[in-house]
Design a protein around this ligand. Structure first.
Ligand SMILES: Cc1cc2nc3c(=O)[nH]c(=O)nc-3n(C[C@H](O)[C@H](O)[C@H](O)COP(=O)(O)OP(=O)(O)OC[C@H]3O[C@@H](n4cnc5c(N)ncnc54)[C@H](O)[C@@H]3O)c2cc1C
Length: 315
């Protein structure tokens, strides 16, 4: 069974497809949407392990992904490393620090901390700008002989009936396909604005008020919200006001020039589903990456390719 069908064209599907090609499989991608219409297209996307479980696995995946991005720096469109400050309250619980290579992270000085922030770590972390990186990945996949087909899958049995091994990378779409009661949205509203002259940072210390700034090559992303079980995909003007008010609270008083307001639903689960299906042994599930799909994608993709190579040898 050398053939693999990857279902999903977001960051999880594209990285899985390429890692499998690199391991010698013949891969096609099948998805309801082109990459432009995925959640992955809409977001930051900085290397930041946020709202993802289980911690032990996601730490390993994030560390693998960090090194993959390092190897792609200056080669892959949209991939760069940026200085990023992460606020924390309890140093011992700060997993971010342990996932970064030794010697690459340090405590922020008082002068470096935005107003109102008490403690923070700073490190250079990967940034994978989706409007550049996702088409780069798709083109690479196609150039290596991959094919893409637009199709909607409505059930697990339909998924399992596809060609060869089937990798389910459908993000929140898996809720319907797999009737997965654990999978739920964590709603994020963000503002895409013209570049600001301030450093990138995240303050994830207040639940419901996830705040961050990500400086990208052409624009800047200001976050955000992290509302559990909120299916609202409409822009909420009150959230926009809250985000801008919090920005001022950090001592950033320049009025950002708004380019776009974006809403996305993070595919959240008590644990990423990363396993063969118990009833359909040709199906492997790879979904539920919460707020960290870009952060862990290459880690999952690399491990998946290893698992499939071993399964292939047993068959
Ligand atoms: C506001 C916000 C900011 C974020 N910022 C970051 C960040 O800075 N760093 C980071 O690492 N993560 C971030 N995330 C999280 C990240 O965006 C997600 O974890 C990631 O995009 C999930 O990728 P995915 O490929 O699983 O899903 P998606 O991008 O949603 O792709 C799912 C794919 O499955 C397909 N599909 C779905 N249903 C079906 C079906 N029935 N049949 C066929 N195909 C189907 C879709 O068409 C699509 O191609 C953020 C999320 C939000 C909401």
């Amino acid at each position: 069974m050398q053939k693999v069908t990857v279902v999903g064209s977001g960051i999880i599907g594209l990285t899985a497809a390429i890692a499998l090609q690199e391991s010698g499989f013949t891969v096609r991608i099948l998805a309801k949407d082109q990459w432009e219409s995925t959640l992955s297209r809409k977001v930051g996307a900085v290397w930041f392990p946020y709202a993802i479980e289980p911690k032990d696995k996601s730490s390993l995946w994030a560390a693998t992904a960090y090194h993959r991005y390092k190897s792609e720096e200056g080669i892959a469109a949209g991939v760069s490393f940026i200085p990023f400050l992460n606020a924390y309250t309890d140093e011992k619980k700060e997993e971010w620090v342990n996932e970064l290579p030794k010697g690459t992270v340090r405590k922020a000085t008082q002068e470096e901390l935005p107003m109102g922030m008490e403690k923070g770590f700073i490190a250079e972390v990967p940034l994978a700008e989706p409007p550049l990186y996702l088409p780069y990945l798709l083109e690479k996949f196609l150039a290596q002989g991959g094919t893409f087909e637009q199709k909607t899958i409505s059930s697990l049995s339909e998924l399992a009936a596809l060609d060869g091994w089937v990798i389910n990378c459908t993000g929140l779409g898996a809720k319907i396909i797999c009737k997965d009661r654990d999978l739920h949205p964590m709603r994020g509203q963000i503002l895409r604005v013209e570049k600001l002259d301030v450093p990138s940072f995240a303050d994830p210390t207040r639940k419901g008020a996830l705040s961050y700034i990500i400086q990208r090559s052409q624009d800047c992303v200001i976050g955000g919200t992290d509302y559990e079980d909120d299916w609202n995909e409409e822009i909420d003007p009150e959230d926009t006001t809250r985000i801008l008010t919090r920005l001022k609270g950090f001592g950033i008083n320049s009025d950002p020039k708004l380019l776009e307001i974006i809403v996305g639903l993070r595919p959240k689960r008590s644990a990423v589903r990363f396993e063969f299906d118990p009833d359909f042994p040709n199906v492997f599930h790879n979904y539920g990456h919460g707020g960290a799909g870009f952060t862990v994608a290459w880690g999952c993709a690399t491990e998946l390719a290893e698992i499939l190579k071993k399964a292939q040898m047993r068959n």
